[in-house]
Design a protein around this ligand. Sequence first.
Ligand code: DAH
Length: 583
Amino acid sequence: MSNRFLLLTVTRCQSTTTADVDRVGSTWELSPSRPPGLYLYEQTIQPPLDRNKEWQPLVDRDINCAIDGKKYSKDQHYNIPKQILSHVGRRLYLQPNHPLCLTRELIESAFREGQGFNNCLEPHPVVTAKENFDDLGFPADHPGRSKTDTYYVNQDHVLRTHTSAHELKLFRELQHDLSTGSHGYTLCADVFRRDSVDRSHYPIFHQMEGARAWHLATAHEVLSPSERASKAGFERQRNLEAMKSDLQLLPMWRYRNGLSLYPSTLHQAALDLKAEDPNPTYDPATNPLQPSHTAEEVELVAAHLKLSVEFLIAKVFRQAQNAGIISATEPPRVRWIPTYFPFTSPSWELEVWWRDEWLEILGCGISKQELLVASGISESIAWAWGIGIERLAMLLYGIPDIRLFWSKDLRFLGQFEKGKVTSFHEFSKYPACYKDVAFWLPEDKNVNETQQSEQQSEQQHSTTPALATEEGHLPSEALSTFSVSSAAAPAGGHVSPPSEDAAKAFAGFHENDLAEIVRDVAGPLVESVTLVDDFYHEGKGRRSLCYRINYRSLERTLTNFEANQMQEEVEARLKERFGVEIR
Ligand code: DAH
């Protein structure tokens, strides 16, 4: 570490002791005399970086690899750190009494086998890029395909980024089941995204997918509404009636903008949920019907989807209220937002009001007919949703940090029990230690002035008010909000607004690359990485960025010495990999 860096790095550390922990080698592994206790996950010994060698990739160079028992050949697209692979196969959603397992079971209880839903699991994490993207209609230039966002095994295989990668296969299976009474499924699996670092984002998390299909008319090709009306009008009408009675079977208690939606037909459940849904179900310009659907069909299927999801959310809230995690005096609030996914139209996101802010928890919509045609159920109409389980579990149990789900510490695991929801008790409030790293991007990686001002004006027009100050700095508060909100939400399959991507990518340097370096160096000891300053120096014609890295162990006090070592390693890798100049 240069003296210059020593002077300029802003270090504020609340932890004080340095003598009690020995350091061995580099990064975050501890000596045999490490403090007692169970650690988040097994800490592998990483050799110190050999500075005489060219940049050492975070991944190994073998030509073949085995992932969860299956062999793959790597190519130049391979970008999966060992750290990520060490999590594969944990199957937390099957571990009895694990909060993710309990949350999966809770979700399944709202979509049960007895109600026609096959409850499936998909343990193997590798899928083809075709399954993850192409089959679902992701455009070739979708940012989710890039190596900054996705872990590639090779050009054709990825670690799935969402459970929707299995939609086509599961719809195909429904082809046989539809006639026998099964008309839907749920699916649970782990998913992987290169992402930013904060308390609610981890590069591996879990999702569930749900779908429900109805017969529309017996036709083996996609028919326009008018064709269908003439060819199979009678059948279609009969199926509409069937959909209406399905709708009436749902236990409903919803208020739409203060009004009960279907007052005469609904069962009033014990718990009220306040659902705000001010927008029309579809919008020809921004959230259109598909050519093969009528407005009436979509209204019915959308109502069924939204009510089914609200039923689930109400169940979760009821348990959280009973456990005293949220107030029982006011009905919980949710709201529906129109959005875009390549594989549904119209599409929506569901947000819940949680600790004074709207939190996105689920994405859904009416499945694209092309997908149903490819699955052999072209005569059907279907809804589908995808939800992040960690986010729901954090809400349900009041768990404050996503890293905890990977803990093997009995102080964490011992708190959860099937059939009982109790508020999570923090067993540690170990101090955090934050360190800033400020650096100039190398000249060839700078955005030029025009791009810079374009980016700033895009940011000004984005929903997050990241306003540039006169000196060209973006205020730290706005930047940190930006960094957190642009991170992958549970329903991150949609196209990010350009402003979000602009904030993360600086022509060659991408925020996710820094996140990966920090995770590789610090493992579970990193809590967040946040952009706190972004400065364009007109005189130098160069751009400077400053990131705040927050180190904190969930299980013990981290020493300043350890934090400094990790910070040094991060800096060294940043310099070697991106040619940045530390300020
Ligand atoms: N796969 C999406 C994501 O991870 C979420 C999603 C959206 C799933 C719409 C769906 C759906 O099944 O219909 O961002």
